[in-house]
Design a binder for this molecule. Structure first.
Ligand code: BES
Ligand code: ZN
Ligand code: ZN
Length: 501
């Protein structure tokens, strides 16, 4: 789909979308269209329940005295309550509506609110961004597409004052969307086609954007002593991999240490010998969501040439039951030297991250580490599908991540960490055990306490995205399936706090 930005002028064809504010107050363009059409806009509003409430729309087909095929009035609500994020949702909703209607071209005109907190040109870029995010589809495994249901929209033109600013802002947003799409693709792909080696190959493709990609195979990881990660993968016929992606975008003279992002990449989690129940197990194809987000984030950063040095590290394994699989009760030695008693082979993500985190801080001495993982079912019990769990040893970092998420509509909520929880993973015979002794209580916190033992005191935040990586329902900008959650949050975090200002 194509996007364009231009100054305001009524289109000669296609579909036209124009704004109405609360209490039926027409935007300047809506008032003009009302005049041109002999009052069609006003009459349509009078004959409906549409009042200009935010999120509502009203359609006028084949208006008189104009050659456009339809006019869509979209409500923006109270001007004082406008937020930039509304426009992203507007873009997504319009895209869906016009595809359903079979439209090919859409012109969206934004005017009448430049006196508010939201700049019209910023809003214009967001409308296009929202439409782009909503246009995502995962069709790789469809051998035939249903022609009658195919999207029809080919071009969206967003018109506003100072449209050059929107045109200038859009390429970065497109790069971010491309990162989100990569994450969605990876998360939605099943485990027979996306396994550690093939995932690592997909990362290799990012070299074309200037990302350096290094792939560690099992032999290399063995030499490094990554017994925790390798133990998880040992029951699978698929070899494990650790992938390091480096983006060096900071000015050459920069002396800042890199930012590190680490992801759990369990390409399929059967639970291993502590086998999961059958129903719903297919969902565990997306247990590599953390790694998917890290990979999409790297693509976004490189795509918009972020002025930062960032490292993405993903631990890729498949957790399978097998004659060679790890047993409950086994004790492994992690790269850090700490030993771990495995009491449940389904608590495997933390084992993968243990070595990925240690390797990252040991080899790259990063300024900070943020890890992402579909780590615990318990976080879904705590926070549902509205917020990821945030855990950190650093208040400033936690606050920045919280604010970055809020900005882009990707929520996080911080949970506590304290030594009483950490006590739960004391093992009588090893340095720690991989599940808590407290039964089902505080499962997500106990998991975070486990991870903390592998960051060596570095500023660190952990996002438990088990409730966020996958969606069973459509929202205006996120079709159901892999959501791409976290790419925008962390891109915004990098941009706001780490691109030298
Ligand atoms: N991958 C799961 C967590 C998960 C559950 C992600 C549901 C997405 C949706 C993780 O490896 C796991 O199995 N965790 C166990 C930990 C328990 C054994 C301490 C869990 O949450 O039950
Ligand atoms: Zn598991
Ligand atoms: Zn898992």
């Amino acid at each position: 789909m194509k996007f364009a930005f231009s100054e305001i002028s009524l289109p000669k064809r296609g579909s036209l979308a124009i704004a109405v504010f609360a209490d039926k107050k027409l935007s300047p363009t809506a008032a003009e269209v009302d005049k041109v059409t002999g009052g069609a806009v006003g009459r349509a509003i009078e004959n409906s329940r549409f009042t200009g409430k935010k999120g509502n729309t009203l359609e006028i087909l084949s208006p008189a005295n104009m050659e456009v095929s339809r006019i869509v009035l979209f409500g923006l609500g109270d001007k004082d309550e406008l937020a930039l994020r509304d426009f992203e949702n507007l873009g997504g909703s319009l895209l869906k509506k016009l595809n359903a209607a079979g439209a090919k071209n859409l012109t969206v005109i934004l005017d009448g609110f430049d006196d508010t907190a939201v700049k019209e040109s910023d809003a214009a870029a967001q409308v296009a961004f929202g439409a782009k995010l909503a246009s995502y589809r995962f069709t790789k495994f469809k051998s035939e597409l249903d022609k009658d249901a195919e999207p029809t929209l080919q071009k969206i033109t967003v018109e506003c004052k100072s449209s050059a600013a929107a045109r200038k802002a859009f390429p970065d947003l497109e790069a971010i969307a491309d990162g989100v799409f990569l994450t969605r693709d990876l998360v939605s792909e099943p485990a027979n086609s996306l396994y550690p080696e093939s995932f690592a190959e997909r990362c290799k493709e990012l070299t074309s954007l200037g990302i350096e990609v290094e792939i560690l195979n099992e032999a290399k990881m063995k030499r490094l002593g990554m017994g925790a990660l390798l133990g998880v993968g040992q029951g699978s016929i698929r070899e494990s991999r650790l992938v390091v992606m480096k983006w060096n975008g900071a000015p050459a003279k920069s002396t800042k240490k890199p930012l590190a992002f680490v992801g759990k990449g369990v390409c399929f989690d059967t639970g291993g010998i502590s086998l999961k129940p059958g129903p719903g197990m297919e969902e565990m194809k997306w247990d590599m969501g953390g790694a998917g987000t890290v990979t999409g984030l790297m693509k976004a950063l490189a795509g918009r040439k972020a002025k930062v040095n960032a490292i993405g590290v993903i631990g890729l394994v498949e957790n399978m039951p097998d004659g060679n699989a790890q047993r409950p009760g086994d004790i492994v030695t992690s790269m850090s030297g700490q030993t771990i008693e495995i009491l449940n082979t389904d608590a495997e993500g933390r084992l993968v991250l243990a070595d990925a985190l240690w390797y990252t801080q040991d080899k790259y001495d990063p300024e900070l580490i943020v890890d992402l993982a579909t780590l615990t079912g318990a976080i879904i019990i705590s926070l549902g599908h509205e917020n990821a769990g945030l855990f950190s040893n650093n208040d400033e970092l936690a606050d920045q991540i919280f604010a970055s998420g809020k900005d882009v509509g990707e929520g996080v909520w911080r949970l506590p960490m304290q030594k009483e929880y950490a006590k739960q993973i004391d093992s009588p015979i090893a340095d720690m055990q991989n599940i808590g002794s407290g039964g089902r209580g505080a499962g997500s916190i106990v998991a975070a306490e486990f991870l903390q033992k592998f960051v060596n005191g570095k500023p660190w935040a952990h996002l438990d995205i088990a409730g966020m990586a996958w969606s069973k329902k459509d929202t205006p900008t996120v079709p159901k399936g892999g959501t791409g959650y976290g790419v925008r949050l962390l891109d915004n975090f990098v941009k706001t706090y780490h691109e030298g200002k």
